[in-house]
Design a protein around this ligand. Structure first.
Ligand code: NAD
Length: 490
């Protein structure tokens, strides 16, 4: 495959950072350097925001025929499909996720998102209120302005598409900052947008760390709204930055998904669903099913089956299509995951399955790890590990299961396994989560909004109505027809 773009994409041009410094992007599966990318500092951030500001205030994008805007989004989707192999291999090399996943999910999903939102621009409409006979009041939904979009490394291309497709469909301009860990596919996306003819300044992609690039971006007075996906601790910093200029803010944060299994659930489906739920992308998924709640009567049987099946998973070179598990995205993240595992042991959880953690340059390969005998107060049951670590808790009654599932600061997703439809819906209504699956499913769909309860977020990602709400401004225009009396005496 050809070389990756290595500069920032600002105002339709590739620009080296003003400091001249380069950042080394690493392949976590080998420890080798993969690419060098220009770092954007505060002065480059200023250039990117100014470009987006100019494109919004003066450029064609917010004013163009919505169908033309949609066509460009559609062309971008096609470009992504045309380059599926390059995009897939890029994210596989950059974050160590298996090529079967980047080919089968990440890249097609990114293309689907642009394709889906290509149909939105000409459907955005306002309202007309007919409450008074002598007055016509209209509500318009207008593009909001310059959006700062900050994304993490766990699905590099897909996370970028989740932000960009709705933002751009609504006629906004954007400065995207991918994670410093995984900038390559976002830069390829900028390249593709350039080729299909996005006007200059509509999409800008800048690279760097949170402190050097992200912080000046979200604090910049030229930004109208911050949209962020990442850890809740960083999300809190977004709220601080939003105070400057009273920006809008949308946060998609962490999760601690409970999977509640009832004794009547079909066991094989449960085993497959639970294993995929926690070990897909090695648990580096915001909705990873990291807490398994099983009834005491089924505990022994389920554990035996899960352990046997996990032992059969193939983990290794992420570029090998036969591998189901790759490696963690960085050595630093591996240390974090390992600290949680050590802490779980110290707090009395029983480790029933793990493997060798290799030393040396290939040390990002962390083995699937299972803890039994976990109780709700333990750290491993409360905090987001973001790694291949499954905690098993046992309950006696439905009420207890619901209480345990809700006993957590996060509320992104919850899973229920049962063949009793009434119980499924009864429990679904009681779980405090923005998404509840019943007997599997739960994959990301462009038209389904993602909400986080509790510390999992503020606002909604995706969903057409929600997108219009998040990324357009509302304007009421009140037209008096001449007969309305002033409340003041003549
Ligand atoms: P992170 O919060 O460390 O970083 C996310 C992004 O924020 C990166 O681009 C980083 O450079 C940037 N950043 C860091 N500090 C900043 C600052 N002060 N100002 C501006 N930008 C800053 O998160 P991470 O470790 O990259 O990602 C993992 C987290 O993302 C997990 O908690 C996971 O649950 C969450 N996530 C949530 C969803 C969702 O939809 N809810 C989806 C994917 C990932």
């Amino acid at each position: 495959m050809k070389r990756w773009p290595d500069k920032n994409y600002i105002n339709g041009n590739w620009a080296g950072g003003s400091s001249g410094r380069m950042w080394t992007v690493t392949n976590p599966a080998t420890g080798d350097a993969l690419a060098e990318v220009s770092v954007a500092d505060a002065s480059d951030v200023n250039l990117a925001v100014s470009a987006a500001r100019h494109a919004f205030d003066e450029g064609p994008w917010p004013r163009m025929d919505p169908l033309a805007r949609g066509r460009l989004l559609f062309l971008l989707a096609q470009k992504i499909r045309d380059r599926l192999e390059d995009f897939a291999m890029t994210d596989t090399l950059n974050v160590g996720k298996p090529i079967r996943d980047t080919r089968g999910f990440d890249v097609p999903c990114a293309a689907d998102l642009f394709e889906s939102y290509a149909g939105l621009p000409d459907k955005i409409s306002g309202k007309c209120f007919g409450t008074l006979p002598d007055n016509v009041t209209m509500q318009f939904r207008e593009p909001m302005g310059v959006i700062a979009a900050i994304v993490p490394w766990n699905f590099p291309l897909t996370n970028a598409a989740i932000k960009l497709a709705p933002i751009l469909a609504c006629g906004n301009t954007v400065v995207l900052k991918p994670s410093e860990v995984s900038p390559l596919s976002a830069l390829m996306l900028a390249e593709a947008a350039h080729e299909v003819g996005f006007p200059p300044g509509v999409l800008n992609v800048i690279h760097g760390t949170g402190a050097e690039t992200g912080a000046p971006l979200v604090r910049h007075p030229g930004v109208d709204k911050i949209t962020f996906t990442g850890r809740h601790q960083t999300g809190a910093q977004m709220l601080e930055a939003a105070k400057i200029g009273m920006k809008g803010v949308m946060l998609e944060l962490g999760g601690k998904t409970p999977s509640v299994v009832f004794p009547d659930a079909p066991v094989e489906n449960v085993v497959n669903g639970v294993i995929t739920g926690i070990f897909y992308n090695l648990g580096q998924v915001c909705v990873a099913g990291s807490r398994l709640l099983v009834h005491e009567s089924q505990h022994a049987d389920l554990m035996e089956r899960i352990v046997a099946k996990v032992r059969g998973l193939r983990q290794g070179d992420p570029t090998d299509p036969s591998m189901q598990l790759g490696c963690l995205a960085t050595a630093q993240h591996l240390s974090t995951v390992h600290r949680y595992v050590e802490q779980a042991r110290k707090e009395g959880a029983r480790c029933v399955l793990t493997g060798k953690i290799p030393d040396g340059p290939q040390n990002c390969f962390y083995p699937p790890t299972l803890f039994d005998g976990v109780t709700p107060p333990m750290t491993v049951a409360r905090e987001e590990v973001f790694g291949p670590v499954l905690s098993v808790l046992t309950y006696r009654t439905e009420e207890e299961a619901v209480r345990m599932a809700n006993d957590c600061d996060f509320g992104l997703m919850a899973n229920i396994w049962t063949t009793d439809g009434t119980r499924a819906l009864r429990v679904a209504r009681q779980l405090r989560a923005g998404r509840v699956t019943i007997n599997g499913g739960g994959a990301l769909r462009p038209n389904v909004p993602v909400f986080g309860y509790k510390m999992s977020g503020i606002g909604a990602e995706l969903g057409y109505e929600e997108t219009v709400h998040e990324y357009t401004s509302s304007k009421a225009v009140i037209y008096a027809l001449g007969t309305e009396k002033s409340p003041w005496p003549e």
